[in-house]
Design a protein around this ligand. Structure first.
Ligand SMILES: Nc1ncnc2c1ncn2[C@@H]1O[C@H](COP(=O)(O)OP(=O)(O)OP(=O)(O)O)[C@@H](O)[C@H]1O
Ligand SMILES: [Mg+2]
Length: 232
């Protein structure tokens, strides 16, 4: 595997302004190697979602630098940031953010259509990825008619289907039992092997650590631990 840095954070801090400003991240520096699966864990409010939104270019740091595949996001104009999100990134949101008026199949196919895939090919690929994630029988259902765990797997399918270079997954197994949770982790781990995709997972779920090449621990917005899995 080429030792290419996919994500680099240097002295990153994030303060949410307000009458009582919140220091969500403080002086976080780290490097994530391309083609690996990294796990960020830490208690509620420790800054995990904030970190993902900075790496995903959904928000900007108060201080510090976020560099993804060699491009410093802070230097990109909004138009380029949108392009980065559309072409390089798959995002699994903590609250899914599926589109209510579309079926499960259409939600996944839309992500492919936005990247220029033709309708028939997009629908076929969307169906395949939903099947891999065990929700192939729910293709024609709308999100509100799906269980939380089914919605979660549709959200993972939507992030995986376009084969992005970087996948950011916020609590992707939170609503899943151990069998479906393992299926989702294997799907995420699989793309690091087969396509050298970089995957960053945020989770409280203790079952995820064995799948991770690297585990980072956040506490009150600070990186307190940084463990590399020993070579098997
Ligand atoms: N948009 C926002 N405006 C103001 N404060 C925010 C905002 N987003 C997050 N925060 C605050 O920043 C801190 C870190 O939040 P964050 O969502 O990153 O935590 P988290 O580790 O993802 O927690 P959880 O495990 O509950 O999802 C919290 O104190 C939170 O209340
Ligand atoms: Mg969160």
């Amino acid at each position: 595997m080429k030792d290419l840095t996919a994500v680099r954070l240097r002295a990153v801090s994030k303060v949410y302004a307000g009458s009582a400003p919140i220091r969500a991240l403080e002086n976080v520096s780290l490097d994530i190697t391309a083609g690996t699966l990294s796990l960020f864990e830490g208690p509620s409010g420790s800054g995990k979602t904030t970190l993902l939104s900075l790496i995903g270019g959904l928000d900007r740091p108060t201080n510090g630098h976020v560099t993804v595949f060699g491009a410093e996001l802070g230097n990109l104009p909004e138009r380029e940031l949108v392009k980065y999100r559309q072409t390089q990134l798959g995002f699994v949101f903590q609250d899914f953010k599926l589109i209510d008026v579309l079926t499960a199949l259409e939600n996944v196919a839309l992500a492919l259509r936005l990247r220029g895939m033709r309708r028939r090919a997009a629908l076929a690929r969307a169906r395949l990825v939903l099947e891999v994630l065990g929700v192939g029988s729910r293709c024609d259902s709308r999100p509100r008619d799906l269980s939380g765990g089914e919605q979660q797997r549709v959200a993972v399918a939507r992030a995986l289907a376009p084969q992005p270079r970087l996948i950011l997954a916020d609590e992707p197994t939170a609503n899943l039992d151990s069998m479906t949770g393992t299926d989702v982790m294997e799907a995420l781990k699989g793309v690091t092997h087969h396509r050298s995709t970089t995957v960053i997972v945020v989770s409280h779920d203790a079952r995820i650590a064995p799948h991770a090449d690297r585990v980072f621990r956040l506490l009150d917005g600070r990186l307190v631990e940084n463990l590399t899995r020993e070579a098997a």
